[in-house]
Ligand binder design. Structure first.
Ligand code: ASP
Length: 369
């Protein structure tokens, strides 16, 4: 009797102490292992059927299909997870539908400033770049950093010099221009809006995969947030925040309010939960996304494990997402109700981290002579 009471008490305390975990669905039966598996995303956000024409929806589904096909082609012929995620992200960077490479959002100064990261789960090697303005495919620059240089993270002109020296293709900055993104910046400035108000769809692209050898890899690429200033960098290129891969646990790519994903260390946190708690990928991802939501952040993640689980978790109304595996699974989804992965939205969404200058005037600095 006393033992039962104590057990009940312990359970009550556990439920009070773990509000996020308590909302997470129970682990399903483990899936049967597959030869390879891949998941991709093109950003999370306020996608709704009302705000999207059937033509636009079809365009996005086709764009996701093209990205997925690029990864499947590599994995089907026995290629590595690293090559598969690279192929997906190149395809999506070249596609103006997404906020990465061509089609990236504009900074406050009217430029495109591109960030990317890649990680190989075999030896936890990683490469990242931020603030690129001319490199056509930032993911290739990140991969060159990982494979050909002594560092992990390069920024700005130096990163571009390194990419150039390693034969990565450069283009005129106008290559990245799209009318829609330019108009979003003009609207943000004219109406003193935040990045969330002009387009609460993050649009970052990412891919995670496990290959037939059981190795995982992750890659993420983004233009960041519309109207970003002061050299702002989000989570996408930050290893452990927006991108992580570890053969002992999983590979992750994230999209959302970068500031919160950095503070939570989302990608590493999910991998750590997998290693230390034995949770499934879905439970670990949902738990960490709920915690991120409790801080006021929103967005989503894609996760692949060495045994082939491929899951999504997002706390926004939608997420451009797709997955496939060697067992014939192939799935493309946009909204919360047309595919898996949606969890409870944040109770309070923090204000957009990048605000127009009128709310924060730059101090006038005079030289002291
Ligand atoms: N996470 C990205 C950032 O904060 C934005 C996005 O996901 O689109 O830069």
């Amino acid at each position: 009797m006393i033992a039962t009471l104590l057990r009940l008490l312990a359970l009550t305390f556990a439920l009070i102490a773990l509000p996020a975990a308590a909302q997470v669905v129970a682990d399903p039966a483990p899936p049967k292992p597959v030869r390879w598996s891949i998941a991709i995303h093109g950003g999370a956000g306020t996608m709704s059927r009302e705000a999207m024409t059937p033509e636009k929806e079809a365009e996005y589904r086709a764009a996701l299909d093209r990205g997925l096909a690029a990864g499947i082609a590599v994995l089907e012929r026995g290629g590595t997870a690293l090559d598969a995620v690279t192929a997906v992200v190149i395809t999506m960077e070249d596609d103006p539908h997404f906020n990465a490479g061509r089609g990236a959002v504009f900074t406050w100064d009217g430029t495109n400033s591109l960030d990317a990261a890649i990680m190989d789960g075999r030896a936890r090697q990683a490469g990242a770049v931020a603030g690129l303005t001319r490199t056509k495919n930032p993911v290739l620059a990140a991969r060159a950093v990982m494979e050909k240089g002594p560092h992990v993270f390069l920024t700005g002109e130096g990163a571009e010099q390194f990419a150039r020296a390693n034969g990565i293709l450069e283009v005129e900055p106008s290559w990245f221009y799209t009318q829609e993104r330019w108009d979003q910046l003009q609207k943000l400035k004219a109406q003193k809006l935040s990045a969330y108000d002009v387009d609460h769809k993050y649009g970052t692209v990412g891919a995670v995969a496990v290959d037939s050898e059981g190795h995982v890899a992750a890659a993420t690429s983004t233009g960041g947030l519309t109207g970003k200033r002061w050299g702002r960098i989000g989570d996408a290129p930050v290893i452990g925040a927006g991108t992580y891969a570890d053969d002992r646990a999983c590979a992750i790519s994230a999209t959302g309010t970068g500031e919160f994903f950095i503070r939570e260390g989302v990608a590493h946190e999910i991998c750590a939960r997998l290693r230390f708690t034995g949770e499934s990928a879905q439970v670990a991802a949902d738990t960490v996304m709920l915690e991120t939501g409790e801080m006021g952040g929103d967005g989503g993640v894609i996760v692949v494990t060495p045994d082939g689980q491929a899951v999504f978790s997002f706390n926004t109304p939608g997420m451009y997402r797709a997955r496939a595996n060697s067992d014939g699974l192939k799935e493309v989804a946009i909204f919360r109700d047309d595919g898996p992965g949606g969890i409870a939205p944040p109770k309070v969404l923090a204000p957009a981290p990048v605000t127009p200058p009128e709310t924060a005037p730059a101090p006038k600095i005079e030289p002291k002579l």
